[in-house]
Design a protein around this ligand. Structure first.
Ligand code: NAD
Length: 443
């Protein structure tokens, strides 16, 4: 199959490279010429495990190409995927569809009859209908519009794309269905479930999935708060409920609140859709509030751990990206935490294995460390914000020896209290029993 991918970001580039790896011929388009020049020179615009090798392999075999020229990309393509950003609109949280509609108008000038336009971007219910309206306005005929939301996770994007839990296809006509089945045939043969639905249903399924996962995270975070009040351990509670097949163990990790490029904006967009439809979604609305409050309140944990005031304190931060194995800083919990730390008078020295460059564009007034030990050096508290693997096996005695304050705030519950205390540090996890006040000896 010949495929054009409009938008070569986290989703477009991974999807394009994986489709090419299935044997299709894929042309990825982006309006950002620096990105395309970089890709043509073998330079990845994002950090994603395995991506560089996959892109290089398929580019070398002539199956994956990059251009800024939409016309050239869609020529002869059976399907054109739209994978441009759909950020939250400032002010009201609606999904901002400017990029999607712009892409459709550009496509309208060059698209050939028989092509299927597929939205892979996360778009609100009814967007496919609006795309059809635009195409009609522009006099385009015999082009199908389908929805194929993407469920990959950054940091594990290639594995997720190649071994999806399911593929959702929303198609209103047989031709679109057929083309998408053919594109996904290698996965279908691998027994990946493919769910064919109406287009509006597919659009909503993506939002419902993200909203549900956000609910799960906020749920366990509230249980973690309760654990701290009643002296119970949220890790064990999560395991105790997660082993129940009806619940499942995933997304039950208490922490600093969810961030990233999807959950925050997609929950807001779902609420906007619900408002427009006149149907309140109280659970999701509350989840958004719970998560916003949580992210804003993480600073208080650090403040309490260092004895009540951050003024003049030095805080080492481990992990800046919104989750491990990505350089994506969008809505990362590290941002409100670090901003609040500096506002309250703390000096911050932070380390992230790959997100430093992205973080430097967002965070000001902080120092960047070259490794975790440098971040800890001389600090009054060390805070684990993102659970990169390399933070899981730190030499805690070395950390403790170089710190001024001997306090570890583990917002991801990476460590066991005994190990940390054994190394001479006071331990503050999330939801792991009653929070003790900081012992005089270490604060
Ligand atoms: P991104 O910002 O990383 O990439 C979007 C790209 O589209 C950018 O490179 C931009 O330059 C390009 N673009 C915008 N308008 C264009 C146009 N008219 N022509 C060509 N290129 C254009 O975004 P992303 O994270 O890849 O997300 C894309 C969509 O996928 C969003 O709707 C998002 O919600 C959804 N999604 C993202 C993830 C994720 O993990 N990032 C997962 C599932 C779904």
């Amino acid at each position: 199959m010949r495929i054009a991918m409009i938008g070569t970001g986290y989703v477009g580039l991974v999807s394009g490279a994986c489709f090419a790896d299935f044997g299709h011929r894929v042309c990825c388009v982006d309006k950002d010429s620096a990105k395309i020049d970089g890709l043509n020179a073998g330079k990845m615009p994002i950090w994603e495990p395995g991506l560089e090798a996959l892109v290089k392999f398929n580019a070398d075999h002539g199956r994956l190409t990059f251009t800024t020229d939409v016309g050239a990309a869609v020529k002869g393509a059976e399907a054109v995927f739209i994978a441009v950003g759909t950020p939250a609109r400032r002010g009201d949280g609606h999904a901002d569809l400017t990029f999607v509609f712009q892409a459709v108008r550009e496509l309208a000038k060059v698209i050939e009859p028989g092509t299927v336009i597929v939205t892979k971007s996360t778009v609100p219910v009814g967007t496919g209908d609006k795309i059809e309206e635009i195409l009609n306005e522009e006099g385009v005929q015999e082009v199908s519009v389908a929805s194929n939301p993407e469920f990959l996770r950054e940091g594990a994007a290639i594995a997720d794309f190649k071994h999806p839990d399911r593929i959702v296809v929303g198609a209103e006509d047989d031709h679109a269905q057929l083309v998408l089945r053919e594109i996904y045939r290698p996965l279908f043969l691998n027994r990946a479930p493919i769910l064919i639905t109406g287009r509006r249903t597919a659009e909503l399924t993506k939002y419902a999935a993200n909203a549900f996962l956000a609910v799960k995270i906020s749920f366990i975070n509230e249980i973690a708060d309760l654990c701290e009040a009643v002296d119970a351990d949220v890790q064990d509670v999560a395991r105790g409920i997660g082993l129940d097949n009806r619940i499942g163990p995933k997304f039950l990790h208490a922490g600093p609140g969810y961030g990233g490029s999807c959950f925050p904006k997609d929950t807001l967009a779902l609420l906007q859709t619900a408002d427009t439809a006149g149907v309140d979604q109280r659970i999701v609305r509350t989840t958004v509030q719970v998560n916003d409050d949580r992210k804003a309140r993480m600073v208080e944990r650090v403040e309490a751990a260092v004895g009540g005031s951050l003024s003049g304190k030095s805080v080492g931060v481990l992990g800046l990206a919104f989750k491990p194995n990505t350089d994506d800083m969008r809505e990362a919990p590290s941002i409100p935490l670090i901003n609040a730390l500096t506002e309250r008078g703390a000096k911050v020295r932070a380390f992230d294995p790959v997100a430093r460059e992205q973080a430097a564009q967002i965070l000001s007034g902080i120092e960047f460390a070259g490794d975790p030990y440098q971040a800890a050096d001389g600090a009054d508290a060390l805070v684990i914000v993102t659970e990169w693997d390399e933070f899981r096996a730190l030499d805690l005695e070395k950390v403790a020896a170089s710190m001024r304050g001997k306090v570890l705030v583990d917002l991801r519950n990476v460590y066991d209290r005994e190990d940390v205390e054994g190394a001479g540090l006071a331990y503050y996890g999330v939801g792991r029993g009653k929070i003790q006040s900081c012992p005089e000896a270490v604060c």
